[in-house]
Design a protein around this ligand. Structure first.
Ligand SMILES: [Zn+2]
Length: 123
């Protein structure tokens, strides 16, 4: 309550930062989750710069990087429903109708990836 009162007297940039920090701190319900987040941060700071994928991982661990699509998919996944429609899940997060489509799209994505000769770089 006192923080909300004090925030009003700060410049706008700092207000946004404080709200963000509050949101990050309130998203950790256990000590382990907080430690996990700080481990991810330390891991991505090892080489001195942060890649976009690392930003994404940090954001998702902190509970701030979520799109509406991700929220919908997560909610459906927790309720045992398909990621793209409200039918019951059959395999790997998709219903019987959307699972073959998911496989086909992944196959196309892989071959597009392979045609750029990037597949050799995989571990
Ligand atoms: Zn579906």
């Amino acid at each position: 309550m006192t923080i909300k009162f004090l925030i009003r007297f700060l410049p706008e940039e700092y207000q946004a930062l404080l709200v963000l920090a509050q949101r990050i701190v309130s998203s950790f319900d256990t000590k382990e989750k907080a430690m996990e987040f700080f481990e991810v941060v330390a891991d991505s700071l090892k080489d001195g710069k942060i890649k976009t994928t690392e930003w994404e991982r940090m954001g998702s661990k902190a509970g701030i990087f979520t799109t509406r699509q991700m929220q919908y998919q997560n909610r459906n996944n927790q309720q045992g429903l398909c990621k793209t429609c409200p039918k019951p899940m059959s395999k790997s997060g998709y219903c019987a109708e959307h699972y073959p489509r998911h496989l086909e799209l992944n196959r196309q994505r892989y071959h597009r990836f392979k045609s750029k000769n990037l597949a050799q770089e995989l571990p």
